[in-house]
Design a protein around this ligand. Structure first.
Ligand SMILES: [Zn+2]
Length: 200
C-alpha cells in the first residue's frame, strides 16, 4: 500500500528506501513468519480474488513478516507473479477476518489500478483507486477504525510516501487484547462523518 511504480512494479517506496525494502522482502521470503490467522494465506487470497477480482489470473503469494509498513504488494514486472507482504502486527488469530480481507483486497487492487502521474507526482493511489476500493470494500471505514483503535501509538501515517509505517514498538502489542471488531463497527455506525486515515 505504498510506493511508486518502477519497471511496472507496484507497492514499495522509491529512492533510498528501495534497498531497505529489498532486504526486508528478501528476508521475509526466506524466513516468513508462520501465519497465525485462522485461514491459510492461500485461502485468504483465493477468497478475495474470487469475490472481487475474478479476472485476475496470475498467481499471488502472501508472506507475513516484520516489513516496516502495514502491507505492500510487489510485482517486479507486469508479467511476473505478485507477492503480498503483510506486517506481523496483524498476523494474529484475533485480527478480524474483515480486516485481513480488506488488506489483501487493497493490495490486489494495486494490480488492477496501477500508479500514475498526477501533476508532477507519481501516486500509487490515484482517485480512481479510492473510487473502486469504496465499491469493493464497503466496510473499509470499519477496518481502518479497527486498525487505528488497536495500534494507534505504533503506526505512523506517512502521507508523502503513501504508506502506514509500523514502529518498532509494535512488539508491545503482542499478547495484548485488541479492540473488538464490534467496537470499531459501532464507532463508525454512530458517526456518519467518521473518516479515518485511509492509506496502507
Ligand atoms: Zn496501497
Amino acid at each position: 500500500m505504498a510506493g511508486r511504480l518502477r519497471n511496472g512494479g507496484v507497492g514499495y517506496p522509491a529512492g533510498e528506501c528501495q534497498l531497505k525494502y529489498h532486504r526486508l522482502m528478501a528476508r521475509t521470503m526466506r524466513q516468513p513468519s508462520l501465519p497465525q490467522i485462522s485461514y491459510s494465506p492461500r485461502e485468504l487470497i483465493e477468497e478475495v480474488r474470487a469475490r472481487s477480482f475474478p479476472a485476475l489470473r496470475e498467481p499471488v503469494e502472501l508472506f507475513f513478516g516484520k516489513i516496516g509498513s502495514l502491507a505492500f504488494i510487489r510485482r517486479p514486472l507486469s508479467n511476473q507473479n505478485a507477492t503480498i507482504f503483510i506486517h506481523d502486527i496483524i498476523n494474529r488469530p484475533d485480527t478480524p477476518m474483515p480486516v485481513l480481507r480488506f488488506v489483501v483486497l487493497h493490495e490486489l487492487l494495486h494490480l488492477q489500478i496501477p500508479p500514475r502521474e498526477i501533476g508532477r507526482k507519481r501516486t500509487t493511489h490515484p482517485p480512481e483507486f479510492w473510487t473502486v476500493e469504496r465499491q469493493l470494500a464497503p466496510d473499509r471505514e470499519e477496518c481502518w477504525a479497527w486498525i487505528w483503535l488497536s495500534f494507534h501509538s505504533h503506526l505512523v501515517h506517512d502521507e508523502k510516501k503513501e504508506q502506514t509505517r509500523v514502529k518498532r514498538t509494535w512488539v508491545k502489542t503482542l499478547g495484548v487484547a485488541l479492540t473488538e471488531w464490534e467496537t470499531a463497527c459501532q464507532i463508525v455506525a454512530n458517526d456518519s462523518q467518521y473518516r479515518g486515515i485511509h492509506e496502507i
